[in-house]
Design a protein around this ligand. Structure first.
Ligand SMILES: [Zn+2]
Length: 364
């Protein structure tokens, strides 16, 4: 279920990552290092114990699945965040991710981040934003990685808090006079009982500020189909979101598939995240169906260090193997990601040129 060996073809394919939470790239090694640097006590005696703690399948949502004794994904994710204290920590987190991305031939990323959870534990938003901004500036020169970031509202926090968080972060946005860190807003964290519509008012400002909008629709969540429906058709009269993160449950209702196609809304899928909870023979036919139905899908990694260390290459390998996609299909999946991205035109064209030159004849 966890990893597959990455084929030379998948390894060498140029890639675009549109659905990754930057805190979900915090490696055990960096977490250990920052815990020492910042005098944060971890509940593990040794580094090996810490690494071993990741070798579980977290309970996705206790509210949906019941309590099976395992920690939930979000408990693990937020426990990891505790070591992030200074601007340098956030910078290092992002730069480590860029270094890893470059090794996987990722060319362009749109990392998601939030400030609300860090503010809640006493870290000023500026510390977070300045760290990521410095990494955004250094990424292209150091690792050849260009990035535009996505500011996420945390949907399990008070709805009104989102407005304050957005206004505080806006000077770092891609707005007139802004610093250009983030060019979009999104939704993250626990969707249980928190339908996208309750955040509708908070998407008006970013849209009028000229920012892009994407929204998470978690998989097999309570009311998952209804949430995808709301996101496509209802929010801001169906003009609210430009992309949906996950949204796999669209496959359960032909009206949703038709809506995604008609409104040209791409899905940023993260196959391994679902493969932890669905059997191979159940999951991958769904991805194949969306693909064959003409929904614009692309392949991403979500929170790789909390998901058995399966990164974008591993997620693409799963689709290549279990959907029996051809090399041309895989290239077209990356093309979808380029088209679904909000990268500058020159960056898009450079990646498309690279994709056009990929050799699809050799047996690898
Ligand atoms: Zn996500």
């Amino acid at each position: 279920m966890n990893g597959l060996e990455i084929s030379p073809f998948i390894q060498s394919l140029p890639k675009v990552e549109l659905h990754i939470h930057i805190e979900g790239t915090l490696t055990p090694r960096l977490r250990w290092k920052l815990s020492k640097r910042n005098n944060i006590k971890l509940p593990y005696d040794t580094y090996e114990d810490l690494v071993a703690s990741y070798a579980v399948t977290y309970n996705h949502r206790k509210e949906v699945n019941g309590d099976n004794g395992a920690p939930t994904f979000l408990e693990a994710f937020y426990a990891g965040c505790q070591v992030l204290q200074t601007e340098e920590d956030f910078y290092e987190l992002a730069m480590e991710y860029f270094q890893k991305a470059a090794k996987m031939n990722v060319r362009y990323v749109e990392p998601m981040f939030s400030t609300q959870d860090h503010i809640q534990r006493g870290i000023p938003a500026q510390t977070v934003l300045d760290g990521y901004l410095r990494a955004q500036h250094d990424g292209p020169g150091r690792y050849g990685i260009h990035s535009n970031w996505i500011f996420c509202f945390l949907r399990d926090h008070p709805v009104l808090e989102a407005k304050d968080a957005y206004e505080e972060a806006l000077p770092w946005g891609s707005v007139e006079g802004g610093k250009g860190l983030f060019h979009a807003v999104g939704l993250a964290s626990n969707e249980f009982g928190r339908p996208p519509l309750i955040f509708e008012q908070h998407f008006r400002c970013p849209k009028s500020d000229g920012l892009h909008v994407t929204m998470h629709c978690d998989v097999d969540q309570k009311d998952a189909v209804a949430h995808v429906h709301e996101t496509i058709f209802d929010i801001l009269n169906g003009q609210g979101t430009e992309r949906i993160d996950h949204g796999l449950n669209a496959v359960d209702d032909p009206r949703l598939i038709a809506g995604l196609r008609a409104r040209n809304i791409p899905l940023t899928l993260c196959p391994h995240a679902y493969h932890r909870r669905q059997k191979t023979e159940v999951l991958f036919p769904k991805i194949t169906k969306l693909w064959k139905e003409g929904v614009k899908i692309c392949i991403n990694s979500d929170d790789p260090t909390y998901m058995h260390n399966v990164w974008i290459d591993g997620n693409m390998q799963k689709v290549y193997t279990y959907c029996s996609f051809t090399k041309v299909d895989m290239i077209n999946l990356v093309r979808n990601a380029v088209e679904a991205s909000w990268a500058e035109q020159g960056i898009k064209e450079a990646i498309l040129d690279e994709l056009a030159a990929v050799d699809v004849t050799e047996d690898n």
